[in-house]
Design a protein around this ligand. Structure first.
Ligand code: ASP
Length: 330
């Protein structure tokens, strides 16, 4: 069988870090990373590019567009893509790429590590190897994270541990596969799409507001003028507080009247929102055009709204928000 041709896109993160005296910072190049996993050469033909070398704390929308652009530029030349990335915002990047590169029949596999590949005691080598094993497998496609032997859809991942090797969880959706000793075992088999669709814009004017008890609605003074989309991470199943003056409700209505988009979600990690359950939530649904994230992760909700606002007229944003993209909303 012909060896697969894979492009490694390195972007930084702990996986490629060294301690330069002022704390860990990305320092290793894509070539140096590859040298740490010589087994990969026997598995596939690899080229490597260093797109940037950042702690992923510094990675945001322009970088997501850059990654999507390099994938598009090289799409016909390779069978798959492995992206090494810091773990802190890896789930955001994976979600963003799931919207920027849709229906890809080729795999776009993100990975990282809790400890530098440079250390003897590290998860980096195994994660990198697993990412290549999975990427070279005939069954993989689309945007996925491979980490600690688990394969998680790019739309369903969340960093849930800051130190353990088991850093990522698939939220309210099963891991779609595991990788054991170089072999992917698929729990969920989907039909491979045939043609990718690339998007080139994201509207960054989206704000995530985490409700805390007693928060003032004066925050809307700023939101009204600086944002086009608002995601309210409310409590429990979801709803807005009345407090003394019902200001949140009044200000949210005004925000919507300005032609902006609001999404209600929950700050609870699992099981999603259900606005129709309580009176505090139902009142919101009565506003008509409030969207509800339901089972979506906050990473997917944020990047989906950026993608929708950046690419479609307002009227379409509402219908498209509820249309699933790679199982982001169930
Ligand atoms: N701060 C690092 C980053 O996200 C953490 C990591 O990669 O694990 O780039």
């Amino acid at each position: 069988m012909m060896k697969k041709h894979i492009l490694l896109i390195a972007t930084g993160g702990t996986i490629a870090s060294k301690n330069g005296g002022e704390g860990l910072a990305p320092a290793l190049s894509s070539e140096e990373l590859l040298k740490e996993v010589p087994e990969v050469k026997a598995l596939c033909d690899v080229d490597a590019v260093q797109l940037f070398n950042l702690d992923s704390t510094n990675v945001y929308a322009p970088h997501w567009l850059e990654i999507a652009a390099i994938i598009q530029k090289n799409y016909d030349l390779y069978d798959g893509f492995v992206i090494t990335h810091g773990t802190d915002t890896l789930a955001y990047t994976a979600a963003a790429l799931s919207y920027l590169v849709q229906d890809s029949p080729k795999p776009i596999v993100l990975t990282g590590a809790q400890r530098s590949v440079y250390l003897r005691d590290t998860d980096a080598r195994q994660n990198l190897l697993d990412a290549f094993y999975y990427c070279a497998d005939g069954g993989s496609f689309g945007v996925e994270i491979v980490f600690d032997g688990k394969v998680i859809l790019g739309t369903r991942a969340k960093k849930t541990r800051t130190r353990s090797y088991n850093a990522f969880s698939s939220i309210d959706y099963p891991e779609i596969a595991i990788v054991r000793e170089g072999v992917p075992y698929y729990y969920i088999k989907e039909t491979k799409p045939t043609a990718p669709r690339f998007y080139h814009a994201l509207d960054e004017r989206v704000f995530v507001l985490k409700m805390t008890p007693g928060l003032s609605a004066d925050i809307f003074d700023w939101l009204d003028t600086h944002t086009e989309g608002l995601i309210i991470e409310s409590f429990g199943s979801g709803g807005l507080p009345r407090y003394e003056d019902d200001a949140f409700f009044i200000r949210l209505k005004r925000y919507l009247d300005l032609g902006k988009v609001a999404v209600l979600t929950t700050q609870v990690e699992r099981e999603g929102s259900a606005l129709d359950k309580y009176e505090v939530g139902r009142r919101l649904l009565s506003c008509g055009n409030v969207l509800e994230a339901r089972s979506m992760t906050i990473e997917a909700t944020l990047t989906k709204l950026m993608w929708l606002l950046g690419n479609f007229p307002r009227e379409e944003v509402f219908a498209r928000f509820d249309t699933p993209v790679r199982k982001d909303i169930l």
